[in-house]
Design a protein around this ligand. Sequence first.
Ligand SMILES: Nc1nc2c(c(=O)[nH]1)N[C@H]1C(S)=C(S)[C@@H](COP(=O)(O)OP(=O)(O)OC[C@H]3O[C@@H](n4cnc5c(=O)[nH]c(N)nc54)[C@H](O)[C@@H]3O)O[C@H]1N2
Ligand SMILES: Nc1nc2c(c(=O)[nH]1)N[C@H]1C(S)=C(S)[C@@H](COP(=O)(O)OP(=O)(O)OC[C@H]3O[C@@H](n4cnc5c(=O)[nH]c(N)nc54)[C@H](O)[C@@H]3O)O[C@H]1N2
Ligand code: SF4
Ligand SMILES: [Mo]
Length: 707
Amino acid sequence: MKKTVWSMCGMCSVRCPIKVEVENGRVEWIEGNPHILKGALCAKGSAGVALIADDERPQQPLIRKGGRGAGRWEPVSWYTALDYIGEKLNKIIAQYGAKSVMMSCRGGPWADFFKTFIHGLGSPNFTNHDSGCGRNVHHASLSIYGLGRKDLIYDIKNAKHLVLFGRNILESLRIAEANQVLDMLDAGGRLTYVDVRQTMTGIKATRFFQVRPGTDYALALGLINAIIKREAYDKEFIEKYVTGFDELVEFIQPYTLEWAAKECEVKIKPLQMFVEELAGDRPRVVFHPGWMLSRYNDSFYASRSLQILNVLMGNIEVKGGQLFPKGAADCGVKGIRNLSSLITQKPADKRADGVGWKYKHFDKGPGLFHLFYDAIETGEPYPMKAMICYRHDPFNCFPDPAAQKRALDKMELLVSVDTHYSEFGWYSDVILPESAYLERESPIALQKGLKPRLIVRQKAVEPKFDTKPAWWIFKQLADRVGIGQYFPYNTIEELWAWQLEPTGYKIEDFNAKGFVELTDKPIMYDRNNLDGKFKTPSGKIELVSKVLTEAGLPSFKPYVSPIKPPEGMFRLVFGRSAVNAHGHTINNPLLYELLPYNTLWINKREASKLGINDGDWVDVISQPQEVTGTIRAKVTEFIHQDAVYMIHGFGRQIPLQTRAYHAGMADQKLQIGLLKEMDPAGGGLCLCESFVEVRRSAKNPKRSVEL
Ligand SMILES: Nc1nc2c(c(=O)[nH]1)N[C@H]1C(S)=C(S)[C@@H](COP(=O)(O)OP(=O)(O)OC[C@H]3O[C@@H](n4cnc5c(=O)[nH]c(N)nc54)[C@H](O)[C@@H]3O)O[C@H]1N2
Ligand SMILES: Nc1nc2c(c(=O)[nH]1)N[C@H]1C(S)=C(S)[C@@H](COP(=O)(O)OP(=O)(O)OC[C@H]3O[C@@H](n4cnc5c(=O)[nH]c(N)nc54)[C@H](O)[C@@H]3O)O[C@H]1N2
Ligand code: SF4
Ligand SMILES: [Mo]
């Protein structure tokens, strides 16, 4: 029997809408939802079929038998595993209070679900991955607009000029966005790309600047200076909506374009041409503020200065600029009901990571995961005893897993709810295996935009193993810890009906296209009347941020040149590949075929000094502690001489994942000491603030003979 199922991809956190063709209980075909993505799908999305077939994933709940990380598991029934967790949680809560339990998830449209669980329990300690991802960008956006990083979207398709600082948009993918870039280029738009190495995006770009690592802030400052000097900014917009412009003008004086060119090691002529183009292309210019900017100790200020460039372009709520994503209220309709609406009293305790009281300038929402390690280690402000990670692998996400393990040994219960064996899961006490996204349903989600829509993930096939969906798992756990009232359903159909009730829609309304749109026409605000849209203390776009000032932080930080790597060492930088999502797709049978291991990119001249040829094995040695890994070298001219680069996600150490086991190297394992290095203003970790030594390895066959 054949059927079409509308769903949402789960191979990465973008969650593209998909159409799945199923025949006799087997997935035969997956494509991007033709109504939204015109069928487009990436390699990872297509490899969803291999995920279902993969039997190197947990097949039933597992309780740890040996020591943590020893890999000895007892397969148990769902009820045994849930009762075990329930009893442990109840005991911990009785002794230390609910606040000693923390819950992390990978964010996204269903974060409300997990927030409800932990807040319902009475703990404020909800968190996520973002201090290793987009927190600097989020906080930079908040400091300027009072809006989070997702509260403005980019109308790339209609832009005349897209500027990307290390935003590798054609490899670190979102399908809809990548297609918009190609449409923009087809329509004659310009793409300027800045990176320390060449990428797919750089190859497609109109102009590519290969900068010295960690100098983005300098380049952005030089551009601000040149644009102000040339008076190529939107005076009217600034007059109407912006405060702090005069202070900016004063601060920017020393940071000329010529200075920036020198600092970033790029040529001045193309930079001057770039400024000329910007002057003509505005306001249809988008300076992307960055995404994965947990990199340098000034990444927050780099992102802020990119936002300042957007403000100078006057690109807000104009075609080809930055737009406000619209929600249900903008369409004059009611939105879906969220479980968190049932929680009438927020947990009274202060957060254990210090966000909201010790660090008042950070968004309280998910706080900062890495700061929990201080609390876990010291027991201050109170002891932390249980950690539940849903769709999150802290050992892949945060630096120095060995240091994390030392801290976690102080905790009594570690639970991983995951579709795979994660590195954290392998170290935890209980693994609850979630069904793969094609084997499960998810709650209805709202996707904001110019035409906001409600969208749902339906189940395409029955689970291959004894796995369960999150909506079932957390309902069961909630019942066992006395908070079942916050999960008022027994079946997914009941949950969908409960969510949809205020909207007047029924789940059957999703049958035609997999989603329902809340409006027929795109909604734009009146650009001449944006009052009330910026959520800063003053209601204006604040170039001098009141929140930063109150926290004792500068709004305009004087530039500090990044330290050059000591002789014989390199700055370790990393990024994504188009055919993998972080660590969890490395063992996927199909994607493994496409990219079985990562390599270490090294500049040709530097490699030659070290006697390293393309394809040689090299040892990479971290500092200050010596942690060594071995990896193949990719010798190329297309990387700055100060940096070496590897794709993140490899070097996994779970023996049951036979393809990924020890294939390639893990950058985070070399990032010793960086668990505590955060940008004080943005809260993002400084993951590129480490140096490594590179040596030709004894593993090379020729060398082995010599030995
Ligand atoms: N050194 C270094 N650190 C980094 C990065 C880097 O490049 N280098 N990148 C940073 C970035 S940008 C991010 S976003 C984070 C990512 O941090 P991670 O948390 O490592 O992200 P993922 O690998 O996407 O997913 C985490 C877990 O979710 C599981 N999972 C996947 N799909 C499902 C599902 O449907 N259900 C359930 N329950 N689980 C699922 C996966 O198996 C995996 O174990 O890491 C950050 N940290
Ligand atoms: N295929 C695929 N797509 C993904 C993901 C995935 O895992 N796989 N993950 C998603 C997630 S969670 C995120 S956060 C985004 C991340 O999206 P991006 O932020 O675009 O991603 P990255 O690949 O981490 O980094 C981009 C580039 O930064 C460069 N870089 C390093 N140092 C510097 C510097 O000093 N200056 C400049 N200008 N560039 C520098 C690196 O060389 C790299 O090419 O991607 C998302 N999309
Ligand atoms: S970008 Fe690719 S892997 Fe990610 S959700 Fe979309 S189709 Fe799936
Ligand atoms: Mo990310």
